[in-house]
Design a protein around this ligand. Structure first.
Ligand SMILES: C[S@@+](CC[C@H](N)C(=O)[O-])C[C@H]1O[C@@H](n2cnc3c(N)ncnc32)[C@H](O)[C@@H]1O
Length: 228
């Protein structure tokens, strides 16, 4: 009987396969996670008590992994994760559309809530994570105490990426690192800016042009900005 129920659950109801069976939870490949962790380690070694900040944490999968790693490393600085917890803002969709990017595809991340991410974190062994519900295109990041060691900037769109780069670069401690997601290159090595998530990359190029700060591409989709 039990076998029959199991068989029924897995064959008749595809939804139970999705719920019961393991699925790779990250938006980063294993090789990208290695780069992410190596970069985080580099930053917290240089800035031992500095804050770790994730801007755009979605459902908190990467947050759990990074905050678990920080616990294993005995990191003493705070971890803060910012998100709207409701997906992309109307203002961002409009400004992406105005820049010619496919804003109609910015429909994800709406099935989320700050409480769900708090519960997710609570059932995993992580360092404490402060979840902040905010529009990263306006945030003054006053919640972040002291110097910043590491920023994972992952909001995909231009306006909040540009604002966050400006705000957090000056707060980043020497030795600290900002890792910006979704900075892909075309086959000819030129920046891929026209796709769904090209807005963050476009913001980086503008910011780097204005400030003269250099950065490196890594792992097929990251831009890494080190404060020397
Ligand atoms: C690609 S997901 C983040 C993925 C996450 N860092 C991870 O690795 O699993 C992008 C997130 O940015 C958030 N986001 C988009 N625009 C935002 C804004 N203006 N302010 C705050 N969060 C925003 C979305 O709600 C979404 O959760």
């Amino acid at each position: 009987m039990r076998d029959l129920i199991r068989h029924w659950l897995m064959t008749v109801l595809p939804v139970s396969r999705r719920v019961l069976l393991h699925r790779y939870p990250y938006m980063h490949s294993p090789a990208q996670l290695m780069t992410l962790l190596a970069t985080l380690d580099e930053a917290i070694t240089a800035v031992p008590a500095g804050a770790v900040v994730e801007v755009g944490c979605a459902a908190g999968h990467t947050t759990v992994m990074l905050a678990r790693h920080l616990r294993d490393r005995g990191h003493r600085g705070p971890y803060l994760a910012f998100d709207t917890f409701g997906g992309f803002t109307a203002e961002d969709k409009a400004s992406e559309a105005a820049s010619g990017r496919p804003a109609e595809r910015l429909t994800g991340f709406t099935k989320n809530s700050r409480q769900w991410v708090a519960w997710t974190l609570a059932q995993n062994k992580t360092v404490p994570v402060q979840l902040v519900q905010a529009d990263a295109g306006r945030a003054d990041y006053a919640e972040i105490p002291g110097a910043i060691a590491f920023v994972l900037l992952d909001v995909d769109v231009e306006r909040p990426t540009a604002h966050t780069l400006r705000q957090l670069w000056r707060r980043l401690a020497p030795g600290g690192i900002i890792l910006l997601d979704d900075c892909r290159l075309n086959a000819d090595g030129s920046p891929a800016l026209s796709g769904k998530f090209g807005g963050g990359h476009a913001a980086l190029l503008d910011w780097a042009r204005e400030t003269g700060v250099p950065f490196d591409y890594a792992a097929g989709k990251y831009a890494i900005i080190r404060k020397t």
